[in-house]
Design a protein around this ligand. Structure first.
Ligand SMILES: Nc1ncnc2c1ncn2[C@@H]1O[C@H](COP(=O)(O)OP(=O)(O)O)[C@@H](O)[C@H]1O
Ligand SMILES: CC(=O)OP(=O)(O)O
Ligand SMILES: [Mg+2]
Length: 404
């Protein structure tokens, strides 16, 4: 069986095609800069007979006006030419979609029906950078793979185990009971995946873990025995850590001041907090690689940005060690967490009171796979675990299909 996983972002699509039940990736790739003048596709094909062999990689530049054009190009790469891996779209049995906001309705992976699509649409305002792109990805996949089963895996689902005192805000009860205003949490598929990997590595399924997902969006989770106890994102994916373009935690008085005396509209506030804040607002760059370069060149704004970014993570490590009443490991994952040694180094400084001691030499090495970068006598481990949201989504799709 072939399972195709689509992770649609606002201007990009990540995808992986898996052969099941072997879980072998057949092909994977990234479509970038959709809607800009020149889009690009990086498409990898793996050798199924030799998993150790490096993947064949194709890089294409194309004008990709929208997600449909991007996904059509991916289907062409999968089905045509010398590197094709399937004969026709009909060979794909299941398409798994990452959907960022599932509200309270979806605590589990779900077959996509017209009702499910309507529910995803009803959550557009709460995840404006994500749910519209996810919804579009579903529409396009239904056209391109009409015979496949379409399945949604929600970022919010893993966090449905939070206790009520962790997910409720101190607002009048009706705002929860009638308007469902509460903490939902995001990146759940990634937190779940790396927590399971960490538990297996430690040989401790009951491990007390803090998982730190640092991509464009950033969030942390306190996980005990594979269950989420708290997470930094909230009602939407704006709360908590400093992100590429999102502010993270903010005193609500700032919003009142923007909306009142400063005369911002709700749309302007949304654009400000989602697209113009975070590292972009602090340093002028949203991509951590650019900020690293500016920092190396002595840029003071980059220095402050780095300091604030790391400080917020450190604050939540302290908070979540208290939530967990102990700590077995912290886990760095996603684009920044996996690649940026300086961020990890800043976060782990003076954390020995929690038993965290970084091995700086190991931290600086660039190696693939799970890495333990703590000193041998560090009481709690410091792990780098590459996330694989697509594999976790494929697993959840396969479980749903097997159970139905
Ligand atoms: N080598 C690297 N060093 C530092 N940051 C990196 C590196 N590679 C990628 N990143 C950062 O990772 C982030 C993107 O992470 P990713 O997990 O792909 O995010 P998303 O899934 O939200 O698009 C970007 O800020 C990028 O700068
Ligand atoms: C929910 C979220 O922030 O996702 P991403 O990091 O992919 O933007
Ligand atoms: Mg991501």
């Amino acid at each position: 069986m072939n399972i195709f996983v689509v992770n649609s972002g606002s201007s990009s699509i990540k995808y992986q095609l898996f052969r099941w039940p072997s879980e072998r990736p057949v092909s994977s790739g990234l479509v970038e800069r959709i809607g800009q003048e020149q889009g690009s596709i990086t498409h990898k094909v793996f050798d199924l007979n030799n998993p150790e062999a490096p993947a064949t990689e194709l890089r294409l530049s194309r004008t990709l006006p929208n997600h449909e054009a991007g996904l059509r190009e991916v289907v062409r790469l999968l089905t045509e030419g010398a590197e094709r891996v399937i004969q026709s779209p009909g060979e794909i049995a299941v398409v798994g979609h990452r959907v960022v906001h599932g509200g309270e309705k979806f605590a589990a992976t779900t077959r996509i029906t017209p009702e499910v699509k309507a529910e995803i649409k009803s959550l557009f305002a709460l995840a404006p950078l994500h749910n519209p792109a996810n919804s579009l990805g579903i529409d396009v996949a239904e056209q391109l793979f009409p015979q496949a089963r379409q399945v949604a895996v929600f970022d919010t689902a893993f966090h449905q185990t939070l206790p009520e005192y962790a997910y409720r805000y101190a607002l009048p009860t009706e705002l929860y009971t009638e308007q469902r205003i509460r903490k939902y949490g995001f990146h759940g598929t990634s937190h779940q995946y790396v927590a399971a990997q960490a538990g297996a590595y430690l040989g401790r399924p009951d491990a007390r873990l803090i998982t730190i997902h640092l991509g464009n969006g950033c969030s942390m989770a306190a996980v005990h025995g594979g269950r989420a106890l708290d997470t930094t994102m909230g009602f939407g994916p704006l709360a908590g850590l400093v992100m590429g373009t999102r502010s993270g935690d903010l005193d609500p008085s700032v919003l009142l001041h923007l909306l009142g005396p400063l005369g911002y509209s709700a749309e302007q506030v949304s654009a400000l907090l989602n697209k113009e804040s975070g590292m972009l607002g602090l340093t002028g760059f949203s991509d951590m690689r650019d900020i690293g370069q500016a920092l190396a060149a002595g840029d003071e704004r980059a220095e402050l940005g780095y300091a604030l970014y790391a400080y917020r993570i450190r604050q939540y490590i302290g908070a979540y060690a208290a939530v967990l009443n102990g700590l077995d490991a912290i886990v760095f994952t996603a684009g920044v967490g996996e690649n940026d040694a300086l961020v990890r180094s800043r976060v782990c400084q003076q954390m020995d009171f929690l038993g965290l001691q970084l091995d700086e030499a190991k931290n600086q090495q660039r190696l693939p796979g799970l890495r333990d970068v703590s000193l041998p006598d560090s009481r709690a481990r410091i792990l780098i675990i590459p996330t694989n949201e697509e594999l976790e989504i494929a697993r959840q799709c396969a479980e749903l299909i097997a159970a139905s």
